[in-house]
Design a protein around this ligand. Structure first.
Ligand SMILES: Nc1nc2c(ncn2[C@@H]2O[C@H](COP(=O)(O)OP(=O)(O)OP(=O)(O)O)[C@@H](O)[C@H]2O)c(=O)[nH]1
Ligand SMILES: [Mg+2]
Length: 451
């Protein structure tokens, strides 16, 4: 299904206009195709940027990367032109006339994988790096691109392979009365492999959140300052703020970077019974938003006593991941702590902030990261972030636990071996040593054309 016989071409830079735009050609015939496109009789020299003209189109710089030392592992020519969609499309058309085919989404990176330039983890990391919207997301993707996760998996795979080989040898030569590995030693090694998986999977929750981001919904009764806090966290005057209760009617959402987490922050209509048709719809939507939230920020007004609506909302959200925020702390006498003023606050644990002055908002940002990821900070970014990898590693861990139980019960070696081999197959799937066309298609269709 995935043919690498033909040469492919695509615009590699984003749609739109820019100083430079790049057309990439990859495949056995890319040098010939480039020669036809540029009309040069002299072939391009390897890895040398060459200024040339494409007749009636543009002045360009062309660079030839001979196989296997290129992005795809094939012969690649990159043509840098002026970043005009018209110019770039004309170059692509001319390459197609010279025998190239328009690349499918992700096909350059797919070829890099098929040609052994990158494993599957690294190919997926390319897409993650391109899509990263916070520096932490980019760091995690870059680490995977560099092979950090690949190395950790290779290390465990090596151990697993050695263990399997010894157990198989014991099975193949039973008459010698000699174990290539003592059962107790096998049990010990399986246990340490399980510990290794635990170590890697500890960071999985944080990693998944870093990669996929989270939805944080701001809720509370009217006028407590939800929109003011939303604007403060978004760093922009996004939502309307007025002293009128019931200002926000619709959901307002904004992508924000909270300490490195890509958060979709949602402001909602204030929670109350109302006869206003528009507001009622707003309240209904705010309830729906609360249901899909990864985390709720329940805002109270610290300068007033807790009201029935606050109580209702607190009751409705107990048991959900939430942070209670006491806003308008600037209205309190200096020095008054959470629980000192306003009836009903003393039994609540929360973060005191002032959306007006910004006081306490950094604490709130840290509390959001802590609630979502279970970590104080994301600086020691997680090694593992992709749900596909996490699921497979969890399955491999379960296989090893089964193997260790068999070993502890002195079960026949065949049983232990079957589980160890199953664990190894999962690791192969993570790095892509074992794949199906369906899986590859699923992974690479996430890419845009030109990657
Ligand atoms: N002093 C003080 N006033 C605040 C603070 N936060 C919000 N306010 C004021 O409280 C009023 C309501 O603020 P909003 O942000 O519109 O409140 P809301 O919760 O979004 O209200 P609805 O959209 O009506 O549900 C406005 O007059 C704000 O200026 C604060 O931290 N301190
Ligand atoms: Mg509002």
């Amino acid at each position: 299904m995935f043919s690498t016989d033909d040469s492919i071409v695509a615009i590699a830079t984003p749609p739109g206009r820019g100083g430079i735009g790049i057309v990439r050609i990859s495949g056995a015939r890319s040098l010939e195709i480039a020669a036809q496109v540029t009309g040069r009789s002299q072939p391009l020299e390897p890895r040398r940027a060459t200024f040339t003209r494409i007749r009636a189109i543009d002045e360009v710089v062309a660079t030839y990367f001979p196989a296997p030392h290129s992005y795809t592992g094939e012969h690649v020519v990159e043509i840098s032109a002026h970043g005009s969609p018209v110019v770039l499309r004309a170059i692509v058309a001319s390459a197609i006339a010279a025998g190239a085919r328009l690349a499918e989404p992700g096909e350059f990176t797919l070829r890099a994988f098929l040609n052994g330039k990158r494993d599957l983890i690294q190919a997926e990391a390319v897409a993650d790096l391109i899509e990263a919207s916070t520096p932490v997301q980019a760091r995690v993707a870059f680490d995977q691109l560099e092979g950090t996760l690949t190395e950790r998996i290779a290390a465990i795979d090596g151990d697993l392979f050695d263990l399997i080989a010894r157990l198989e040898a014991s099975l193949d030569f039973p008459d010698e009365g000699y174990h290539f590995i003592e059962p107790s030693e096998a049990a010990r090694r399986i246990t340490s492999l399980v510990a290794w998986f635990d170590d890697l999977l500890t960071g999985a929750r944080a990693g998944r959140l870093i990669r996929e981001g989270a939805t944080v919904v701001v809720a509370g009764r009217p006028n407590v300052g939800k929109s003011s806090l939303f604007n403060r966290l978004a760093g922009a005057d996004r939502a309307i703020v007025t002293p009128v209760a019931g200002t926000t009617r619709d959901l307002v959402s904004e992508r924000v970077d909270i300490e490195g987490l890509a958060v979709t922050l949602v402001d909602t209509a204030g929670w109350r019974e109302t006869h206003d048709v528009v507001e009622r719809e707003g309240v209904a939507r705010s309830k729906q938003a609360r249901e899909v939230a990864d985390l709720l920020v329940v805002v109270l007004d610290r300068s007033e006593s807790i009201r029935t609506e606050d109580e209702e909302l607190l009751a409705q959200t107990t048991g959900r991941p939430r942070i209670v925020v006491a806003n308008k702390s600037d209205l309190l006498d200096a020095g008054a702590g959470f629980g000192d003023v306003g009836a009903g606050f003393s039994r609540l644990e929360g973060v005191e902030v002032s959306a007006k002055t910004g006081a306490g908002v950094d604490d709130l940002r840290r509390a959001i990261v802590r609630e979502l990821t279970g970590r104080e900070s994301l600086r020691d970014a997680a090694a593992i972030s992709n749900t596909r990898h996490i699921t497979l590693l969890e399955q491999a861990r379960a296989n090893l636990v089964a193997a260790s139980e068999s070993a502890a019960a002195s079960a026949p070696e065949e049983f232990i071996l079957a589980d160890l081999q199953a664990a190894r197959a999962r690791l192969d799937e993570v790095v892509g040593a074992r794949t199906s066309d369906d899986l590859l298609q699923h992974i690479f269709e996430r890419f845009c054309i030109g990657k």
